[in-house]
Structure formats: structure tokens, C-alpha cells
Design a protein around this ligand. Structure first.
Ligand code: PMP
Length: 392
């Protein structure tokens, strides 16, 4: 029976989504859920995606099974785009996964199977990292590295922690556009991370879920390339759900990097058998869409143009927020230096509740805001609310 089970709390962010939906105030602002929104508040299907879907509808001949590796054309083309020749083809072995989450879960299971016990993570991190690792039997070791009030990453503190890690431990890194801080290490930071990872014999797992939303598509995988080129073994968990706007289609991939083809093939065979035991085979549609786009120069051009617009909108909103300066304890000036969809503000639970109750402004209980939830006009209203909060 199930009578030994305890009721689990609903995901806090899903609760916010529900409360936002029920709120009848017409000027409500949703900064909670992590999806891109345009200036009209919509999360549209990209034009390149629609065109690829039309092509698939016309030309797809069969929906017969592919295999646990999924759409291998998708995996290979994406690897070329993401890693270029930083990691030679014989050093990388990939498979398609249900979203970036599926990739992370499979990575965690491979680590566990290989005898890895813990993974080092700079905190705060994406709220789902801990549950995913714990579910696979890997202990996340959080190192408090981000100063929320100062909007600052204390990388030296993280490097120090890694220096004390046991050889063979894993370390998690956000490839770009850190969720929830929006603060990345920068090229020199990546070099320093790489140095300690290699010197200490650690196993890096890069979570790259926002490529193209930060500084540019190629720029955003620079750190990933530096690290995976240098470390003998590594993992790259990738999500196409943000940069292709495919969220609910669950499009992701996982690569293992190894010093030679033989060791890579062994790790890959383990990934395939773990995938088989989890979901057998990944869902096809979203990955097929990405493959069709990447196979076609014109569709790729259209997609890159749309992705550039996403990035420019985020950067523009960040600049607009930063121009509001410091409001009480909240220093918005640093937001312009951040990357991607998220920032975390130094607000208490009471203040976050107050913003919701008095001003219909919804943000995560951690103080995380989705920058794309703003429009140029709602930024002023948000800052007025922060000023009122400071006076309250
Ligand atoms: N990693 C990070 C840092 C994320 O923010 C997300 C999505 N919120 C994911 C992984 C998972 O992405 P997906 O929706 O493709 O599972």
C-alpha cells in the first residue's frame, strides 16, 4: 500500500504560477516562472521552429523507434555547434535526452555508477539541482559563493573549496547565464576553475541550458570548451529548451568526454543502458526540429536572428533596470553586468509577500526574478514598488 508515504509539498514556483493566474488585478507582473517573454508578455514559438515543423510534417516518413541514443543527427550537429573542435570527435560521445533535466539525471546516474559520491556546487544554484543529484545517490556539496546583496561571485572561495575536494569528486558548473544569479566566472575565472579541476583530478559536469542568451551563441560556450578540452573526463548536460523556445518538447543532450575513444565508448555504453532503464528512448519531435534547423543554412540563419533578439531584449531590460540605480538595499546597477534570464535580489520573504499582496508583483521566494517577465513600462512600476517597500 501507499500508506507509508507522506504528502509532498507542491513545487513553490508552480504555486506562484497558480496564484498569479488567479490574481484578477490587470497590472500584475509575473517574474516567477523561467520562460522567455516578449514585450507583449508572450512566449512565442520561434519562426525557425514553425518552418522546421512544417518541413517535418511534409517529409517525415516514419515514426518508428530510433533507439536510446535518440536522433543522432541532432546530437552530432549540436556537438559541432557547441564544442566546435575544442573537443575532438573521438573524445566526445553523446545521446539525446528528455530536456536538460534528463541529461543531468543521467549524468548523475553515471557518476553514481562510476563510484562518485559527491558533487561540488556553488550556491545558490538552480533549485532542481539538489533533488536530481540526491535522487541518483550523489551528495551535493554546496559552497556559498554568491553575495546576493553585492551581486558578486566570490570565485576564490569556490576555488578554495575545490582545492580541498577529494580527487574523483564531481563539480557542477553552469555553462553560462547562471540560474539564479546571472553572474558567470568570465574567461579568466574559467581558466582558474580548469586549473584546479585538472590539478585536483576532479570530474566536471557542465550544465549548459542558456547558450545564446548571454553574450552570444559562440561566446556562451567558451568556458565549457576551455574546461572540457583540458579535463581528461567530463560531462556536458545541454538543454535546447530556452535557446530554441521548445520548453515543453523537452529537448536535451548529454555528452561524456574521455581521454580516448575506447574509454569514451565504455562510458557511452553505460549512458545508453541507463537511458534504456529510465525512459528507453527520448521523445523525438523537438530534437528532430532542432536537427532540421541545424541542417539547413537558411533556417539556422533565421533561428540565430531570433536568438539574437531574445538576447538583446534581455540585455536591454537589464540596462533599463540598472539605470534605476540603488533603491534601498537593492542595488540594481549590477544587473546590467549580469547575463541571461535571471537575477536574485536581496529581499526577505515578508518583502516578497508584500510586493505580491500590495503591488501584484510575483517573484520566487528566493528573490529570484525572471528579467524577461518585465517590459520597459513595468520596470518603472516595479521600481516604484521597491521605493514604497523601502519607505514601508
Ligand atoms: N539547468 C538549468 C540551470 C536550468 O535553469 C534548467 C531549466 N530551468 C535546466 C537545467 C533544465 O532544462 P530543461 O527544461 O531542458 O529540463
Amino acid at each position: 500500500s501507499f500508506d507509508t508515504l507522506a504528502l509532498q509539498p507542491a513545487d513553490p514556483l508552480l504555486k506562484i504560477i497558480g496564484a498569479f493566474r488567479r490574481d484578477t488585478r490587470t497590472d500584475k507582473i509575473d517574474l516567477g516562472v523561467g520562460v522567455f517573454r516578449d514585450e507583449d508578455g508572450n512566449t512565442p514559438v520561434m519562426r525557425a521552429v514553425k518552418l522546421a515543423e512544417e518541413k517535418l510534417l511534409r517529409e517525415q516518413q516514419s515514426k518508428s523507434y530510433l533507439g536510446p541514443e535518440g536522433d543522432i543527427g541532432f546530437v552530432e550537429r549540436l556537438a559541432d555547434k557547441v564544442l566546435g573542435n575544442a573537443v575532438p570527435v573521438e573524445r566526445r560521445h553523446g545521446l539525446q535526452t528528455p530536456g536538460g533535466t534528463g541529461a543531468l539525471r543521467l549524468a548523475a546516474e553515471l557518476l553514481a555508477k562510476a563510484g562518485v559520491r559527491r558533487i561540488w556546487v556553488a550556491a545558490p544554484s538552480w533549485a532542481n539541482h539538489a533533488p536530481v543529484f540526491l535522487a541518483a545517490g550523489i551528495e551535493p556539496r554546496f559552497v556559498e559563493c554568491f553575495n546576493i546583496a553585492a551581486q558578486h561571485l566570490d570565485l576564490a572561495h569556490f576555488l578554495e573549496a575545490l582545492d580541498g575536494a577529494t580527487p574523483g569528486d564531481a563539480v557542477l558548473l553552469h555553462g553560462c547565464c547562471h540560474n539564479p544569479m546571472g553572474i558567470d566566472p568570465g574567461p579568466l575565472g574559467w581558466q582558474a576553475i580548469t586549473e584546479v579541476v585538472v590539478r585536483r583530478g576532479l570530474l566536471p559536469l557542465v550544465d549548459l541550458a542558456y547558450q545564446g542568451l548571454g553574450e552570444g551563441f559562440c561566446e556562451d560556450s567558451l568556458g565549457t570548451r576551455i574546461l572540457l578540452a583540458a579535463a581528461p573526463f567530463g560531462l556536458l548536460a545541454y538543454s535546447c529548451d530556452k535557446n530554441f523556445g521548445l520548453y515543453r518538447e523537452r529537448v536535451g543532450a548529454l555528452w561524456v568526454t574521455a581521454p580516448d575513444a575506447e574509454q569514451g565508448a565504455i562510458a557511452h555504453s553505460n549512458l545508453l543502458s541507463l537511458a534504456r532503464a529510465n525512459w528507453s528512448m527520448p521523445p523525438d519531435h523537438g530534437a528532430a526540429v532542432v536537427r532540421v534547423i541545424l541542417e539547413d543554412a537558411e533556417l539556422t540563419r533565421i533561428w540565430r536572428e531570433e536568438l539574437d533578439m531574445v538576447r538583446e531584449r534581455l540585455a536591454g531590460l537589464r540596462r533599463a533596470l540598472a539605470s534605476e540605480g540603488r533603491i534601498g538595499k537593492v542595488d540594481l546597477t549590477q544587473i546590467a553586468r549580469g547575463k541571461g534570464m535571471f537575477a536574485t535580489l536581496p529581499l526577505s520573504r515578508t518583502q516578497i509577500d508584500w510586493l505580491r499582496d500590495e503591488h501584484a508583483i510575483y517573484l520566487a521566494g528566493s528573490g529570484r526574478i525572471n528579467i524577461a517577465g518585465f517590459t520597459l513600462s513595468t520596470i518603472a512600476r516595479f521600481c516604484d514598488a521597491l521605493r514604497a517597500l523601502d519607505r514601508a
